[in-house]
Each structure stands twice: as C-alpha cells, then as structure tokens.
Design a protein around this ligand. Structure first.
Ligand code: ATP
Length: 207
C-alpha cells in the first residue's frame, strides 16, 4: 500500500534521517520509535504529504503521492498530536462537522451512541475545551469510527488515554487491520504483544 523510497529530511542544518526505505502492506501496522526530537513527527508529516522531503519519494498504491494528491488524501486519515478538534464546539458538533466535511450522514442517535461508546456519555454537549485531556483525545479519536480511509497515520494517539481507552483504541486498530487497512503511528506504548503484524522502525537522534 505504502512505499517509502530514499527519504531524507534536514531541519535546521541537522539531518533527521537519510535514505530511509520501508513499505507497509494492507493489514500491517508500523510503529515509529525514537527519542524526542529524532524526527518522528517530521516523517509522518512528509508521508502524509503535508511537508516535502529534502530527497526521496512517497508512493501509495504504486503512484507517487504528488501525482494525485487528492486521491491519496481520500485514502488517508491523519490525526496529529495536536488533536485537530475545535475546542469551542461540543463533541457532538465536532462529529457533525467531520461528517459534513467527508460528505457522510448519520442520525442523531447514531452519533450519541458512538460518543457513548467512546466513554463520553453526558459530555456530548459541552464545549470540548472544558473536557479533560483524555476526554479531548477521545473526541479526536471518534474520527477513527467515522472514516473508511485505508491508511491511518497517527501521531501519539494513546496520549492521555486511560487503560480502558488504550484497550478500546487497540481493538479499533485490529478491526481496521482485519479489514485490510494499514496503520503508521508513533507511540511510546509497547505494542509488541498486541499486534501480530507489528513492524517497528527506530529513528536515532542524529547530531
Ligand atoms: N517546522 C520546523 N522548522 C524547523 N525545525 C523543525 C520544524 N519541525 C521540526 N523541527 C525540528 O526537527 C526536529 C525533529 O522534530 P520532530 O517533531 O519531528 O521530532 P519527534 O521525533 O516527533 O519528537 P517528539 O518525540 O518530541 O515528538 C526537532 O529538532 C525540531 O526542532
């Protein structure tokens, strides 16, 4: 599904990574590891097409993402470590906004039921800024239930989640992989015993 060819990224005269190659197949999950500042977020942003590498290419289904970025964007769900949630809106309003952006429809009761499943019962109609960090993360992650994108790119998705939240997210990941999706993520969580198809990529901090 995803092919990374000879990617190089230089920031502030520091080479974060050079000639990086890997591929991710349908049904696979890859965890990018490394110390703070190693370049994990920079790599995810390049793969999502939000920033350009200093060298190399990103291919999705054998095509360079630059050739048909709109098509690629439709197959991609990116959730960054800044959650991308509108803090002034409620959880319910955020969901209806995401649905309308993607051209999806859903009934009021389906949305309440989904928010309930994510542990947000009673919190659906208050501004997101008044929620705890973990509750805000749960609102951000609702998008994983609303979207049928094949490739998920997730920067620190487990941040601030409690044990139940982590388990719920891991089970959602497994459903996505079982349906032929792929996941690329950064996390400090140990996932080795959780996903049979896990691959890891370690980025060193280069001086
Ligand atoms: N837009 C930018 N302009 C200049 N330097 C940047 C920019 N974005 C990132 N950097 C630098 O690139 C390096 C890697 O940053 P990045 O956010 O990719 O690291 P990371 O591995 O995700 O770190 P963390 O674990 O702390 O989230 C850092 O030294 C950072 O200062």
């Amino acid at each position: 599904m995803l092919e990374i060819e000879a990617l190089t990224c230089i920031k502030q005269d520091r080479c974060l990574f050079e000639s990086l190659n890997f591929s991710l197949l349908s049904g696979q999950i890859m965890q990018i590891e490394g110390p703070n500042g190693a370049g994990k977020t920079s790599l995810l942003r390049i793969i999502a097409g939000f920033s350009q590498p200093d060298d190399g290419n990103v291919l999705f289904n054998m095509r360079n993402i630059k050739e048909d970025y709109d098509g690629y964007a439709q197959s991609l769900l990116f959730i960054g470590h800044k959650t991308g949630v509108n803090q002034q809106l409620t959880a319910y309003e955020n969901v209806t906004h995401w649905l309308s952006v993607h051209g999806y429809t859903s009934t009021e009761s389906e949305i309440y039921s989904l928010l309930g499943k994510l542990g947000l019962v009673g919190l659906e109609d208050v501004p997101v800024r008044t929620l705890s960090a973990g509750q805000q993360r749960r609102v951000a992650l609702v998008r994983l239930w609303l979207n049928d994108a094949k490739l998920w790119i997730l920067d620190e998705p487990f941040t601030a989640l409690d044990k139940k939240g982590v388990a719920m997210l891991q089970s959602r990941f497994q459903q996505h992989l079982d349906k032929g999706g792929a996941i690329l993520l950064t996390t400090h969580q140990d996932l080795t015993d959780t996903f049979a198809s896990l691959q890891t990529l370690a980025l060193e901090y280069r001086h």
